[in-house]
Design a protein around this ligand. Structure first.
Ligand code: NAP
Length: 293
């Protein structure tokens, strides 16, 4: 069976799902969702929809008018789309970032399955956030959301290290104020030198080390990696980053971001179809995608 094949028959009852963003041509989501539709026996088709600047609200309204069952949202609209929704899930509302729209009476309800998917991936990998001392590398779009996730899931503290220290401090202020707990500390990338010598979980949320920059890690100093018991890189291409290699050389466990990618899709698919994707089906998607990299 060719798992990446879309539904074999499109008929009068086929429902449409899609991705809105700009650009969207590079996306793996059609492969994920059309394969899940085959595996779960759902009559669905998932397609990319490029949306020009200024056309977001019309795109969302138009999709609803066309009975599009659900949408994913990618860069640059994950925040702007909040203004186009009927309802917002509490996690997405806190993070102010929506990547999944689910049709409800009168419009769409927005969710953030990037974060619930990352949490599910980490849980399946045996990586806990509760009571952990976390070093989070990167305060960009994803880093900011992960800082919220760590705070909301009970991390003891989060040392947020970023090239632009000001951005790290701004994200820390924002998260602490919204969560009501002083648990995130913004630092420069060198800030690890000031941390107590313990073992930390590090989450790598910068873009350094992504294909084709295979020989780069956001922190090169081996002393940093000796502080870690686990390194969780959100990059999935390549499957093993330099950050992960350095974690392993220092005796820490290392994971890549492929499972996060798979589970953000799985969680969206479950919301759209009011179903549960089995672990085996998720593993099938993981296998299919890992062959791509
Ligand atoms: P973003 O908003 O552009 O943020 C990029 C981050 O990387 C910022 O913290 C930036 O620091 C830092 N950075 C970039 N170049 C750097 C350099 N040369 N040295 C040091 N720091 C540097 O990107 P994003 O949307 O947050 O995505 C971040 C990563 O998450 C990407 O690698 C992406 O592959 C991954 N991701 C994974 C998934 C998944 O499903 N697994 C989903 C989404 C994203 P400054 O703030 O100082 O510029």
């Amino acid at each position: 069976m060719n798992l990446s094949k879309p539904v074999s028959k499109i008929d009068g009852t086929t429902r449409v799902l899609g991705l809105i963003g700009n650009p969207v041509a590079h996306t793996l989501s059609p492969e994920i969702h059309n394969t899940l539709a085959s595996l779960c026996g759902r009559n669905l088709v998932y397609v990319p929809f490029p949306v020009e600047q200024g056309a977001l609200a019309r795109a969302v309204q138009g999709a609803y008018a066309l009975h599009v069952l659900g949408l994913n949202v990618t860069v640059p609209y994950k925040r702007d789309v909040l203004l186009c929704l009927k309802e917002i899930d509490p996690l997405a509302e806190t993070v102010e970032s929506v990547n999944t729209l689910v049709s409800v009476p009168g419009g769409y309800r927005g969710y953030n399955t990037d974060m619930s998917g990352l949490f599910r991936a980490m849980t399946e990998d045996g990586v806990a956030l509760q009571d952990e001392e976390v070093i989070l590398l990167g305060a960009g779009g994803v880093g900011r959301a992960v800082a919220y996730l760590c705070a909301m899931k009970g991390a003891a503290c989060v040392f947020l290290l970023n090239r632009s220290e000001e951005k790290a401090k701004a994200v820390a202020r924002e998260v602490n104020a919204k969560i009501g707990r002083e648990c995130v500390l913004g630092l420069s990338l060198e800030g690890y030198r000031t941390l107590p010598a313990k073992k930390y979980l590090a989450i790598q949320a910068t873009s350094v080390g992504m294909f084709p920059r295979l020989d780069e890690a956001v922190i090169e100093d081996p002393a940093f990696y000796r502080l870690l018991h686990t390194g969780y890189d959100l990059i999935y291409r390549p499957g093993q980053t330099k950050f992960m290699r350095q974690c392993e050389q220092a005796g820490a466990r290392a994971f890549n971001g492929l499972k996060m990618l798979v589970y953000q899709g799985v969680e969206a698919f479950e919301l759209w179809n009011d179903t549960t994707v089995t672990k085996e089906q998720a593993q099938e998607i993981n296998r299919m995608l890992s062959q791509r990299f």
